[in-house]
Design a protein. Structure first.
Length: 118
């Protein structure tokens, strides 16, 4: 009986930790991408996580683009966006009130910080 109780407690603790450690990236995020000429380019994304798979949309003045190859593991995430001539890989980390994101576009490594906007 004592052994069964300990097994159940361990299972509950592991399950609770799994839910706590999964970062909440769901929703709309906005920010600005700092360009090499020190200008800012507005960014907006809507994300949804389902079983560790990250899906969503990048919103741009030219139109919306569906993200591809999205993954999230704890508070780290990655995805790509189709761009003319290839893809733009994005990687980042989810914090309590922001996202720190790095991306590569036309060979340039760029950084952005996004905040939740819903």
């Amino acid at each position: 009986m004592k052994k069964e109780f300990l097994i159940v407690c361990a299972f509950v603790a592991i399950t609770a930790f799994s839910f706590i450690s999964m970062a909440n990236i769901n929703g709309k995020w906005t920010g600005a991408l700092k360009l090499p000429d020190d200008s800012d380019f507005p960014l907006s994304y809507t994300f949804k996580v389902d079983s560790g798979r990250l899906t969503g949309t990048a919103h741009a003045p030219q139109g919306d683009v569906t993200i591809t190859d999205g993954m999230i593991n704890g508070d780290n995430f990655s995805f790509s966006i189709p761009v003319p001539g290839g893809t733009s890989p994005h990687t980042g980390k989810v914090y309590q009130d922001s996202l720190s994101m790095n991306l590569v576009y036309k060979g340039q490594h760029l950084h952005a910080t996004l905040v939740r906007s819903n």
